[in-house]
Design a protein around this ligand. Sequence first.
Ligand code: NAD
Ligand code: DAU
Length: 344
Amino acid sequence: MTQPDSYTPRTVLVTGGAGFIGSNFVRTAIEEQRFTGGIVVLDNLTYAGNLENLADLKDAFAFVHGDICDADLVRKTLEDHAVDTVVHFAAESHVDRSILGPLVFTRTNVLGTHVLLEASRQRDIGKFIHVSTDEVYGSLGPDGAFTENTPIAPTSPYSASKAASDLIVQAYAKTFGFPAVITRCSNNYGPFQFPEKLIPLMITNAVRDLPLPVYGDGLNVRDWIHTTDHTRAILAVLARGVPGEVYNIGGLNEWTNIDIVRLVLRLLGKPESLITHVKDRLAHDRRYAIDPSKIRADLGWEPLIAFEDGMRQTVDWYLARQEWWTRVMTGEYQDYYKKQYFSR
Ligand code: NAD
Ligand code: DAU
């Protein structure tokens, strides 16, 4: 066990704060009045970023519309707002899109992270949380779970770009003593998740009686955690995580994809005949599972939301917020959906 840090953030830059997990983090931090100097969100509002996610809180944070790859803008943002802490969520985050168009993943996830790190180093930032993913570890066989010592072995352009950014962050921590901490979480679910990801895609298709496209045999396994539990873990890492360390985050909650889809159908009262098996994802990782022992023992964090409760709440949220997902699914998303599913 490493001795926990004791850090009090003042003014926090949240990159990607208009996305799914970033907006949940901003919401929780504002509701719990966590940062005395306030929050600055830096986001360039890609298809996945939506300020509507934070519309009710718009006066409670500063917003900078911009790209993390823009070094001048990043420097100016850190300076103008006297930022002392960075929580870095901004990324291209969808594996299937990284197969259809990989280059933007390297640009945002690798170059963007590097630009942000360098600007943060020059400003003597007190703590930098790099939000990474369990996908950097690659795929597991039927047994065991990822620990922080599992070798990095990514398989998709998305996970490779996240792994590359992790390595740069680790190099900054080692070379410059830069106070960065890396978190690697398993699959998140909850409100405001863009409906390209498994759970919201299945909910929004089932509501409209559209086919539910399950890749391959549907027996790939993911380890699901509610996004609010992930947010709470990041807050724990911000306060007590040791610079230079990696923390895995997961809820010990493994499910096959087909069982997740069946659960969604059961919660919505829809028939299993909507399930359609489609061609598998390329290089589809078979199983992810996180061993969260370190963050539990060292930082005292544990997940609080039982999966069936979280899923019921999530399904209810999508049922109540049909106007939100109808709006985000217009335009570019329709082209993506056609490319991804109609020519499979
Ligand atoms: P998301 O796709 O919902 O949101 C990403 C956000 O980043 C969007 O608001 C987008 O506009 C913004 N963004 C993208 N490119 C940008 C750029 N160049 N400059 C500024 N902003 C930019 O993603 P998410 O699911 O909320 O994931 C957030 C982070 O958490 C990512 O780093 C992801 O790798 C990591 N993560 C996600 C999961 C998951 O299950 N979703 C699990 C573990 C880790
Ligand atoms: O593990 C953490 C990662 O989880 C994050 O780093 C990523 O940002 C996030 O997108 C997620 O990646 P996955 O690829 O695991 O999530 P996705 O929701 O895309 O897929 C979950 C599983 O469901 C996966 O095995 C593929 C399968 N799937 C997905 C879609 C979109 C289907 O069977 N059909 C589908 O239509």
